[in-house]
Structures are given as structure tokens and as C-alpha cells.
Design a protein around this ligand. Sequence first.
Ligand code: C2O
Ligand code: CU
Length: 485
Amino acid sequence: MRYDCGAWSSDLRRAALSLAAVLIAGALVAGCHREPADPIARAAANLTTEFRAAYPTEVRSVGTGPEYALIAAPTVLPLLDGRSLAVWAYNGQVPGPILRVRVGERLRVEFTNGLTEDTTVHWHGVRVPNAMDGVPGLTQEPVHPGESFVYEFVPKDAGTFWFHPHLGAPEQIERGLVGVLIVEEREPPPYSQDVVWVLDDWLLGKNGAIDPRFVTPHDLMHDGRWGNVVTVNGRVDTSLAVRPGERIRLRLLNSANGRVFKPDFAGLDAKVIAVDGMTTARPLDPDGFELAPGNRLDLDITIPPDRAGQHVRVVDRFVGDRPNGLGFIRVEGAPVTTPVFPSPAHAYVPKWREALGVPPALRFVLNAERGGPFGIAWTLNGVAATGDHAQHHGGHLPLGRFARVRFENASFRLHPMHTHGMFFKVLARNDVPVDEPYWRDTTLVHAKETVDVGMVPLDAGRWMMHCHILEHAEAGMMTTLDVAP
Ligand code: C2O
Ligand code: CU
């Protein structure tokens, strides 16, 4: 499918319930083939053309998919080193269940709130209809204790996604409410194993329980709440048994409130094949990739026969002098024949070399100030969104057209900026062009750094944009973006 005037008019036709929309559609279609006179408009139009439906507006439906029941409730589980830990869990598990659906199938999740406080479920990275996005006060009412809400949508992109509460997130996510949603390809590549590793950390008090002080001044003055125990799938001793010759797909998710991970695969031949769910343009070296809160990384790892008998420890090296052991890959057993198939990493991703010639449609200065309900507020353009999400408007992005957005970090802290409802490509860091051959839904903005991103939003709605350090978001670093014609 080509992204052209035809796609525009059909999108609009679907929305054309009102006379106004019909008139706008008419005007756009009529104006569509005219070359924009102004050079900036022409450059933006070329960037839209270069997008070429890199990911689709709509997906061919393949019918009804799975139905899941999901309940959030307190429980006690053997976690970390096996001790009993009081947590809040989806379906009694931490991390929650792995939900699977095939791309184009309708997923139905009947969610029940078994907590004693309000919650919602947000489908991080999934291009859902706006009403299914799980944002309280904006796309739905909070789900009160004892109540249910049905989430139903057809995922348009195959890949690794996740779900979590979008209300009271610093506490609800820290206490264990995290789950993975895998959207399978129409023909999943034949890896010998498909494994999920949820990376997280926990801040425990002296008594070994989850420290009940949330969104503290310390969290707010730093990069959110960093824990004193690092886990993979809720355990400090996670280990994956593989046989020599296996070719595995390892899906990493960072579900921590604030911690960034930089995984080191100890010389194993690991290639990145997807970032934030979306396949990359080519297989990439994972060295140095910073997995910020919210980010996912899919790896294609072939276990060489000469590693037989070894226990390979994957190590996080984000803080150089304080490495954290993550999980083990234990190579044992009789060798197997390596599955041979082309790497799935061959997505079309536009280069957008001309993108920095187009001025930013929106610009956000990231900073902190004193005051607000937590004593310290985190702001976007001087505004802290600590009330109703629906009250905050960060700006408009044109549906189906290229836009550049600029983040200017005026602070000395980290801000993994995340957009709902769309992917973006990093164009430049500190005004130096970069060509990341992949899409993201979350990018780390380092201390005092300026990051430019480009996107062609294809899904209409009012979408959240926020820092994924949950404490920063809670203390104001959130807004909404209107994607509309
Ligand atoms: Cu994973 Cu708005 O968040
Ligand atoms: Cu932040």
C-alpha cells in the first residue's frame, strides 16, 4: 500500500460522520495533488511520501482471536531469591501472564480490578483505538475496585509489547502489575525457543518488604525510584537452559520505574532484530543499547557449540562501576542443528535525511521546579500535569503527515520520553544527525541533551506523551498530543 492521497481520503471518509469532516475531506482531496509552494511544506510532504506506509494504517483482519480474563489483586509470591513477597499481581503472577495474539486477530481482555484502589490497563506500544488506551479521565473512567472493563482491539503490528496500570503507576507497577503482550507475526520465524525476560528492580525496606514510600523527594530529585534488588522475571536467579546450536529469540522488557539497563551478552552472538516491538531495518549489534523504562529489545541469539558447558551471565553495565548480574544462559545437553532462516530484521525504515530541514512542529522543554503536590514538579514547557489528563494539551500533530518534535532537556536528570499511539524515529541528538534504523515508542533523553524525533502518526486520537520514569510523570511530566487532520 502506498501512503498517498488515497489513504488520506479513505481515513477521512471513515471519520466523515459530520458535515464538517466531509468538507475538510473534500478540501484536502482537492488540494492533494497540488505541489506545496512553500519549500518547508514541500520538504514535509516529501518526508511523508518517504514514510511509504512503513507501518500500516489498517490491518487485514484475520478474525477473532483469544479471550483472556485478567485480574489485578494483592497476593504473596515466592520472588527474588525465593522468599515470600507481598505484591500486587495480574492473575496471581509477577510478571503477569504473557498474553499472545496473532497480528490482525481481535484480542479481548476482560479485566477485573481486585485491588482496593482505582486502576486501568494501558497497552504500551500497541496502536489501539484511542478508547482502548487505558488512560483514566482521558480515554476511559478509572476501573473502581470490584469493577470490570473489557479491552478489545486488533493489533496492527507484530512484536513485543506490554501492559501496565496508568493510574497510581509509581506504586502499582513497582508492586508488580506488569505483563507482556506478544503479537505474533502471521508466520512466526522458527526459533528453537521464544523467551521473555522482564528486567526490573525492587526497592525493599529493612524488613525485606517493598518500601511503601512512593514518589519521594529523593525519587524526584533523581531518576525516579531505583531499587536495591535487580530481577529477571521477578527472580535474582533466572537462568535459561539452551543446547549448543540453538537459535533463540530473547525478548527483553525494562519494566522498572526508573532504572536504565545496558545489557552485555558476554561475547555471545546476539543481534537486535526489534526495538519497542517493531522489527529493525537490519540486524544490529546490541552493544551499548540503553534499555530505558518502557523499552523492549528482541534479540536473535545463536548458541555456538564451543560454549557447551558454560553458564553465560548477562550483565547490566549502565552504571559503569556498578554492574548488575541479570540472568544466566546455561549451555548444556547434546548439540542441536541450528535452525536456518533469514533474519526477520529487514523492515523498511525511512532514512529521513532531509528531516532536520523541517522546523519542529512541537518543542518541549523538560525541567523541574519547586512546588506542586510532591514538593518538586517535573514540567514540560513550564507546566506540570498533576491533575486531570484531559486538562493538558501538548499540541496537535497532523494525521498521516510527517512532523518533527523536539525535546530539550534543561535538567540534569534522565527522561525516557514515551508517546502513546505512534512510533517515532530519532533524527538527531544535540543537533547531530543520527540514523537509527528502527522505530521507537520511548527514547532516553540524557542530562541537558536535545533530541529530535520524526513521526507520521496514523492513528487519530488524543494520546499521552510522558516521561516513563514513573515518578517524574506522576509529578507532572505528562501531556497529551492530538492526532487529527
Ligand atoms: Cu508504558 Cu503511558 O506508558
Ligand atoms: Cu523524566
